[in-house]
Write a protein that binds this ligand. Structure first.
Ligand code: SF4
Ligand code: SF4
Ligand code: SF4
Length: 351
């Protein structure tokens, strides 16, 4: 495969044919802003904020969509580039509901970050604006297209990664919008509520309901963990404030590489549910009563011994849990096979 040498902001780099200018810049540690680009998705090149200038040709290029070529002399923050980026942000803000104060994305918003970085505090453009009512009918997330910048990431991830095809662009030009087929409520579409669109949305247009007033991005602590629901064991990062989970982020690591399903993204309210068992219960006189762990374990040991003595080992059976670790499940089956002497052991891996 051919290799090309080029210079970006005065640093030389050699890249393989097919590498974009944006990727080459990222390899050099140069932070080129981008909103519609996502490595796992097809190219869109629609937001244009990744514009750079090639000193050789004098051309302004969308760096995500432009392959690096031999001899390019790229400037990522030249005066022309900065002016173009400011103009692009001003256009985006022209029809954006600038409600940063109340927006849950405040502090974690790429549009807000870039507006600050390029010193844009308002849009000089005025005229008719689109107004959308906020969709809060589905059980999991708010859809506020007054904040949408039409990067199309939600559409691409829904089609290309999740394969649900629940949303797409509808209408044209000024009237374009993201919607479900025939604008049916999202809960009546083919949406499986994986939340991947929320994960990739760079602004506050898509917001998990559980995140509302749960904590600002700078107030939460991140805890890496593994989803307890099934054997895939997806990586998750819990965002926790005051011992409550404010949100779940999906890191780009094996085995799920940034992908998730509805259970991992939204199904963790059981953790602080007031009916969650925190102590063992023993049925006494027909009613469950709280007990100590010592009493519970002794009761189990005595009952196991009695059953084994009276009816043999195969009168016992164990059902293990997908919410335990591999190591715990291994020990559980080992205990049943080696200590109790039965192979009656199964696992509820398909919760
Ligand atoms: S999406 Fe970003 S820019 Fe828009 S209101 Fe929310 S924080 Fe502000
Ligand atoms: S939640 Fe998943 S399935 Fe539903 S629209 Fe978003 S990406 Fe598509
Ligand atoms: S909803 Fe978010 S991800 Fe989808 S097009 Fe709008 S800004 Fe982009």
């Amino acid at each position: 495969m051919e290799k090309f040498s080029l210079s970006i902001d005065g640093k030389n780099i050699e890249v393989k044919e097919g590498t974009s200018v944006l990727e080459a810049a990222q390899k050099l540690g140069i932070d080129v802003p981008n909103l519609c680009f996502e490595p796992c998705l097809s190219l869109s090149g629609s937001c244009r904020i990744c514009v750079v200038e090639d000193d050789n040709s004098g051309r302004m290029l969308a760096s995500c969509a432009m392959p690096a070529m031999q001899g390019m002399v790229i400037k990522t923050e030249s005066p022309r580039v900065l002016e173009a980026r400011r103009f692009i942000i001003e256009l985006m803000l022209a029809s954006h509901d600038l409600d940063c104060f109340n927006c849950e994305k405040n502090g974690d918003c790429r549009l807000q970050d870039y507006a600050y970085r390029y010193k844009v505090d308002k849009s000089p453009f005025w005229g008719e604006k689109r107004e959308f009512s906020i969709d809060e009918e589905n059980p999991f997330y708010l859809r506020d297209y007054n904040k949408c910048i039409y990067c199309g990431k939600c559409v691409r991830v829904c089609h290309e990664v999740q394969g649900a095809g629940a949303i797409d662009y509808s209408h044209r030009g000024f009237y374009s919008q993201i919607s479900s087929p025939y604008e049916v409520p999202i809960q009546d579409s083919s949406c499986v509520f994986c939340g991947m669109c929320i994960e990739l949305c760079p602004v506050g247009a898509l917001m998990p309901k559980h995140q509302i007033f749960a904590g600002r991005p700078w107030e939460v602590k991140n805890f890496d963990t593994v989803c307890p629901y099934c054997g895939v064991g997806c990586n998750l990062t819990l965002k926790v404030k005051d011992n409550n989970i404010a949100d779940v982020h999906v890191p780009d690591r094996e085995p799920n590489n940034g992908e998730i399903c509805v259970k991992g993204k939204f199904g963790w309210d059981f953790i602080s549910h007031n009916e969650r068992l925190k102590k063992p219960l023993i049925k006494k006189n027909g009613h469950f009563q709280e007990s100590s762990w010592e009493e519970a374990l002794e009761t189990i040991a005595n009952r196991f011994s009695d059953i084994k003595k009276t009816h043999g080992s195969d009168a016992l059976a164990g059902l293990s849990s997908a919410k335990c670790t591999n190591e715990e499940n291994y020990l559980f089956q080992k205990f049943f096979r080696s200590v109790l002497g039965t192979h009656n052991i199964d696992h509820c891996a398909r919760l």
